[in-house]
Design a protein around this ligand. Structure first.
Ligand SMILES: Cc1cc2nc3c(=O)[nH]c(=O)nc-3n(C[C@H](O)[C@H](O)[C@H](O)COP(=O)(O)OP(=O)(O)OC[C@H]3O[C@@H](n4cnc5c(N)ncnc54)[C@H](O)[C@@H]3O)c2cc1C
Ligand code: FES
Length: 479
């Protein structure tokens, strides 16, 4: 189903790349990160174009909840401990600056994107300890944070951290306004990048500077981003006739909920899991149960889901793609905070490309790679990949294709071969290969979205095998 943003904004189409081209900077990917980076590059006098495989905003950006905050879950106490006050301070300053940049651009452009300033809250119904620590750490880094017991929530809480001066907006209306200021080529997929040359399905682009803003980078070597990140999916309901809080809310307990208002709707988010690990389904059911419990009079008007790239040490990768690739840059690993993450990437990368110093760049550098800070996640991600690969090689199908009931999907056996199968409500059977074309892991069926999802790095495909999102760049083989 479409998000409320897609339902209420129709972005005008942009032409495909008309043929070969030479430019100063090319940005691959037209989500929030790519469009903003191109926009700020233009502002700083660097001529740039955006190459988008499908439509701008059509990736994760159309399915966000669009809170613009420097409050990123429980992060500042952990960052201070892991990286020290100076690097944690860089993260805090860039994130709060990103909030201010959204406000500046909205005002400069006169963008009708419903941007409103509001406070943001982290809350817990179980314990105040981590929140007290977080409030203290955020304050010491200069952020507008305060511990409080006062919220608009319908549940008793143990505590909350309020950040003042945050914001919410309509992400696609903002993106539409931003895209008017840059040259965009849609329906133009980058297939390969060698040196300063991007080969697309429409022609070749040569650029001195190339920015990978494709959510998950699709070039595996160098960079090795597939070893440094996994993806997590989460789900959203839009409810009419429910609480319309002024503030933005994010629960820090396991199964905590995210809340914000969007015009006359409450957006209720949660149900997160590692992509490719939802074969039992029921994520929307879980959110509907919460809606029924707290707002029994409410009515669901939309539901949707999206996914996030989770870096190993909780800090996005923004900067040089790899130390041996002059002129290549990356913007990824925004965790659940890719609105400010995208703006942070745009600010830092546009300065770097325009040859300007930025005092707060170091913490985001993809070359920081601090093994002790990241070793635990590296091992966990490595184990997951081995599990996904060995499942593809050794595990058998779980049922026979002819036994699959209507409206169901799964890994089945057909003539002794393992295949992915989905039977539509009308009985038509769709068969696809369960081998992920990225690096070969076994795909898992996601009954909530009727999609094939990869547990290794999060690529997704619809039941026909069409590519929904990368790092894979090609569809599944059909059986
Ligand atoms: C449920 C949910 C709620 C969220 N809510 C918030 C929130 O409230 N606040 C917040 O800060 N963050 C939030 N996030 C995170 C945020 O929405 C994302 O991090 C952000 O939208 C990512 O933007 P992006 O530009 O990196 O990626 P995308 O929007 O996915 O853009 C990448 C683009 O690259 C294109 N592409 C891919 N491969 C190629 C190729 N080879 N050639 C050309 N183009 C290519 C894709 O088609 C796509 O359009 C949320 C995430 C989820 C899952
Ligand atoms: S996404 Fe990497 S193997 Fe599937």
């Amino acid at each position: 189903m479409q998000s409320i943003w897609s339902k209420t904004a129709e972005l005008p189409p942009h032409p495909p790349l008309p043929g070969d081209l030479k430019v100063e900077a090319a940005v691959i990917g037209g989500g929030m990160a790519g469009i903003l980076t191109a926009c700020l590059l233009q502002e700083k006098g660097v001529e740039s174009v955006v190459l988008e495989a499908e439509r701008i905003g059509g990736g994760q950006t159309k399915n966000t909840t669009a809170k613009i905050t420097s409050q990123h879950g429980l992060i500042y106490a952990a960052l201070t401990e892991k990286f020290g006050q100076e690097l944690a301070g860089q993260y805090a300053r860039v994130s709060q600056r990103a909030v201010e940049e959204y406000c500046r651009l909205t005002e400069d452009w006169g963008a009708a994107c419903q941007l409103e300033r509001c406070p943001a809250y982290l809350y817990s119904t179980q314990s105040e300890d981590a929140l007290l620590e977080e409030a203290h750490a955020a304050q010491s880094l200069g952020l507008p944070a305060e511990f409080t017991l006062e919220t608009e929530l319908p549940v008793p809480i143990k505590g909350a951290v309020r950040f003042d001066g945050q914001a919410r907006f309509h992400p696609l209306r903002f993106l539409e306004e931003a895209a008017k200021r840059v040259t965009v080529y849609e329906q133009t997929r980058a297939l390969e990048v060698q040196g300063d040359e991007i080969r697309t399905d429409r022609g070749t682009v040569r650029a001195k500077h190339i920015v990978f803003a494709t959510h998950f980078p699709f070039v595996n070597f160098p960079g090795y981003y597939f070893l440094r990140m996994h993806q997590e999916r989460s789900y959203v309901l839009a409810l009419e006739n429910a609480l319309l809080p002024q503030g933005l809310y994010y629960g820090v307990d396991p199964d905590g909920l995210s809340l914000r208002q969007a015009e006359h709707c409450l957006l209720l988010g949660g149900g997160g899991h590692r992509t490719g690990e939802n074969s039992a389904g029921g994520r929307y059911r879980l959110l509907r149960r919460e809606a029924e419990r707290y707002w029994p009079q409410s009515r669901e008007v939309a539901h949707w889901s999206a996914q996030d790239c989770m870096p190993m040490d909780s800090v996005p990768y923004i900067g040089r793609y790899a130390s041996d690739r002059e002129g290549w840059y990356v913007a990824t690993g925004f965790r659940k905070w890719g609105m400010t993450g995208s703006m942070a990437a745009a600010m830092l990368l546009s300065d770097q490309i325009a040859g300007r110093e930025h005092p707060d760049r170091a913490v985001f550098s993809p070359q920081r790679f601090d093994l002790p800070a990241s070793a635990k996640s590296l091992m966990a991600d490595g184990k997951q990949t081995v599990k996904g690969l060995s499942r593809q090689l050794f595990a058998k199908g779980r049922a026979l294709a002819e036994e699959l009931p209507a409206g169901h999907g799964g890994v089945v056996e057909l003539d002794g071969e393992k295949v992915g199968a989905y039977r539509t409500e009308s009985g038509e059977l769709f068969l696809v290969s369960t081998r992920c074309p990225h690096l070969g892991c076994q795909l898992e069926w996601n009954p909530d979205e009727k999609s094939w999802d990869c547990p290794c790095h999060g690529s997704r495909f619809d039941y026909r095998g069409e590519l929904l999102s990368g790092p894979a760049q090609i569809p599944l083989e059909r059986n």
